[in-house]
Design a protein around this ligand. Structure first.
Ligand SMILES: [Zn+2]
Length: 313
């Protein structure tokens, strides 16, 4: 229902006699027309952002830095996990003075992909491991890289590929956060390949089981791995009517309020075109949560992962 129509209904309601008001109120609640919780209005931490070469290749593109920074600013996004194919996009955002001017903190990640061909073979490609080490040694203008990814595993068995194994060891040893678009079986495999058997690795699970992991399965993995964090873009079944959380997901987020984050996943330019709307969508369902939980999922959890200070207004 459009908000102007809602206002008209409320105006008419206020003009009714008292007895009538009681009956009408029951009717309005039954129709789902009761007042909605206000949207979340605090800062957002975009924990899954890409600045790929189709958006801007350093010279031209539909989304130059001024465009993407304006979108973040308009959306109240005050920190981003930045990764890009190739890594030059993240490096640009990390070094531009305009990024700081827009009030955005960049948390840079090493992307494992130099090009599209790397998506399907990175887990067994030694040259990817060499590239990651070179990037880590070089660092960025915004400080050292803080993580690796996003990477994909279309077949979870490839989590046992030789380079995937080495990267999980490297991540845990260097305290790098992993951003992984994988299924639930791969979460177990990746965690098993760390020196601590998954007790220490911090892993942001992109889309938190987009491939069909049930809420119960996500719950079990959250219980097993203390460093597992769920990122909620593209998660099927997350929101129901009126863009509010579905009951099972609401219960899971309330059970683990320190373990979920939100992200834009600007993997194609279309996501940049709708960036402000995506963030507004998060604000709507965050507003339906208790205020402290909303703030944690929107900002605090991402900030705590990387030690990003709270933004000054
Ligand atoms: Zn992504």
């Amino acid at each position: 229902m459009a908000s102007t129509t809602r206002i008209q209904v409320l105006k008419r309601f206020l003009l009714l006699p008292l007895a009538c008001k009681a009956l009408t109120a029951i009717g309005l609640i039954a129709l789902g027309l009761q007042a909605h919780a206000a949207d979340y209005t605090g800062p957002l931490f975009d924990a899954h952002l890409h600045y790929n070469e189709e958006a801007w290749d350093g010279k031209t593109g539909p989304h130059p830095p001024a465009d993407v920074l304006a979108r973040m600013k308009a959306s109240g996004v005050r920190a981003i996990v930045a990764n890009s194919r190739p890594n030059t996009g993240s490096l640009t955002l990390a070094e531009l003075p305009q990024t700081r001017k827009a009030g955005v903190t960049v948390v840079p990640f090493v992307r494992l992909y130099r090009n599209r061909a790397d998506y399907s073979g990175w887990f067994a490609d030694e040259s990817i491991y060499t590239m990651v080490q070179a990037e880590l040694a070089r660092g960025t203008a915004a400080g050292p890289y803080r993580g690796i990814g996003e990477f994909h595993l279309y077949d979870s068995a490839n989590a046992d590929g030789p380079v995937a194994k080495k990267l999980m060891v490297l991540a845990e040893e260097r305290d790098l956060v992993v951003l992984a678009h994988v299924d639930d079986a791969a979460i177990d495999l990746l965690m098993a390949n760390t020196p601590s058997q998954g007790r220490k690795l911090r892993l942001i699970w992109a889309h938190t089981g987009i491939g069909g992991a049930s809420v119960e399965r996500v719950d079990a993995l959250m219980g097993r791995y203390p460093g597992l964090v769920g990122e909620l873009s593209y998660r099927p079944g997350l929101v129901c009517d009126d863009n509010q959380l579905c009951p099972a997901w609401r219960a899971l987020l309330l059970k683990y309020p320190a373990r979920f984050v939100v992200g834009s996943d600007t993997w194609v330019n279309q996501r940049w075109q709708h960036y402000e709307g995506l963030m507004q969508g998060y604000r709507q369902w965050l507003g339906g949560l208790p205020a402290d939980v909303a703030r944690r999922i929107a900002w605090d959890n991402g900030a705590a992962l990387f030690g990003v200070p709270a933004p000054r207004r």
